[in-house]
Design a protein around this ligand. Structure first.
Ligand SMILES: Cc1ncc(C[n+]2csc(CCOP(=O)(O)OP(=O)(O)O)c2C)c(N)n1
Length: 377
């Protein structure tokens, strides 16, 4: 499958065709008109934020950043399937998954090197972003298991990449989730590459979804660049996570909710990060083929066909998105980013060592002033 365009074999769920026309016999999910337009607007917001972040990196105003372009549908539409109390765990590229929860300017601060950027996510039931590949998966299983033991009606959606499926953490998390019937949705963003390693070198499995069969729960493959298909499968998975399912008695704890593994098939249009050169490992022609599945024009066409979008509304969305992103960047850049906050979010209660380091910094500040401690300002 390396280098190919979107494959339709292996039961790929797709509602919109490549042009954005509803496929014959496909059912459009029962979302109200406002929510359908919101999904489109949030995808555009995610794309624009992404473009700005890449530019800010080039200008030295942001650190290394992993672009999301191409993956908007998987990220935005899957979060629409969640209730406000459900939890979201993600890797580091799924910025768009946070957008429907309301993305604060603080999100940008993480990528500017400030820990506040990771800390605020808990206010939106989002786990801190995770750079060590796969290690968010056991946490997601534990979180979902805890919710179940406490009797909360809460599901956990956990994002990760195709590369993460080669980590031991992936297998341990899915195994325990299956045995204890935890209300988790494992969402694999198969964007065809783990940095330069193509999907075909990641595993000999025909699909990534089929790995769930080894752990005894449902799997589904979806066109990850089709927001309607993503919403549909994510919604079913969240319902399965929350339902009592008499057909699947748990070996460990009786009738219970069931986890799901979703493989969303998609493509990363840009570089792995702003310091990667993808021309070293993939051709322009491959990127062009996948661009034909771009989720934004597909959703735009769908909304226009339904009479929910015209040029005026589209222009108003573009303007709003531009203004909102400009405002986030302004706020993030004017935030007081002095280094003192780096001790604040390491542990709930500071260890002696952290407290010692904190007072050492305070002494240095007193002696030399704040400015001497900053490299860039
Ligand atoms: C445990 C661990 N091993 C290696 C790395 C180096 N690394 C950073 S990103 C990456 C690729 C991950 O690919 P994938 O999970 O497919 O996610 P994607 O970047 O494609 O979104 C690797 C191996 C890491 N961050 N953590």
């Amino acid at each position: 499958m390396d280098g190919g365009s979107l494959p339709t074999e292996d039961g790929l769920v797709q509602i919109l065709d490549r042009e954005g026309v509803v496929r014959e016999g496909a059912s459009v999910p029962a979302l109200d008109e406002e929510e359908l337009v919101s999904i489109y607007e949030e995808m555009r917001f995610a794309r624009h934020l992404d473009e700005r972040a890449v530019t800010l990196h080039r200008q030295g105003r942001m650190g290394t950043y992993p672009p999301l372009a191409g993956q908007e549908a998987a990220q935005v539409a899957s979060t629409h399937a969640l209730g406000a109390d459900d939890w979201l765990c993600y890797q580091y590229r799924e910025h768009g998954a946070v957008v429907p929860r309301g993305l604060s300017y603080k999100y940008l601060l993480y990528w500017m090197g400030h820990e506040v950027g990771n800390a605020w996510l808990a206010e939106r039931n989002v786990f801190p972003l995770n750079i060590s590949i796969g290690s968010q998966l056991p946490h997601a299983t534990g979180l979902a298991w805890a919710a179940k033991l406490q009797g909360d009606d809460t599901a956990v959606v956990c994002h990760f990449g195709d590369g993460a499926t080669s980590e031991g953490d992936f297998h341990e998390a899915l195994n325990i989730a299956g045995v204890f019937d935890v209300p988790a949705v494992f969402f694999c963003n198969n964007n065809q590459y783990a940095i330069s390693v193509g999907r075909g070198r990641q595993t000999a499995s025909r699909t990534l979804a089929q790995k769930a069969k080894g752990y005894g729960f449902e799997d589904v493959r979806v066109d990850g660049m089709d927001p309607l298909a993503v919403y549909t499968v994510a919604n079913e998975a969240v319902e399965r996570a929350k339902a009592e399912d008499p057909d699947h008695p748990s070996p460990a704890v009786g009738n219970a909710p069931r986890p799901t593994l979703i493989e969303a098939v998609m493509y990363r249009f840009g570089a792995h990060t702003t310091v990667d050169d993808p021309s070293r490992y993939r051709d322009e022609s491959e990127i062009r083929r996948w661009r034909e599945y771009d989720p934004l024009p597909r959703m735009e066409r769908f909304l226009r066909d339904r009479g929910l979008l015209d040029d005026d509304r589209n222009d108003a969305i573009a303007q709003r998105v531009e203004d909102e992103v400009a405002d986030l960047v302004d706020k993030a850049e004017s935030y007081d980013r002095r280094p003192r906050a780096m001790f604040e979010h390491v542990y709930d209660e500071k260890t002696t060592r952290i407290s010692e380091q904190q007072s050492e910094l305070a002494q240095l500040r007193e002696k030399h002033g704040d400015d001497a401690l900053l490299r860039d300002e």
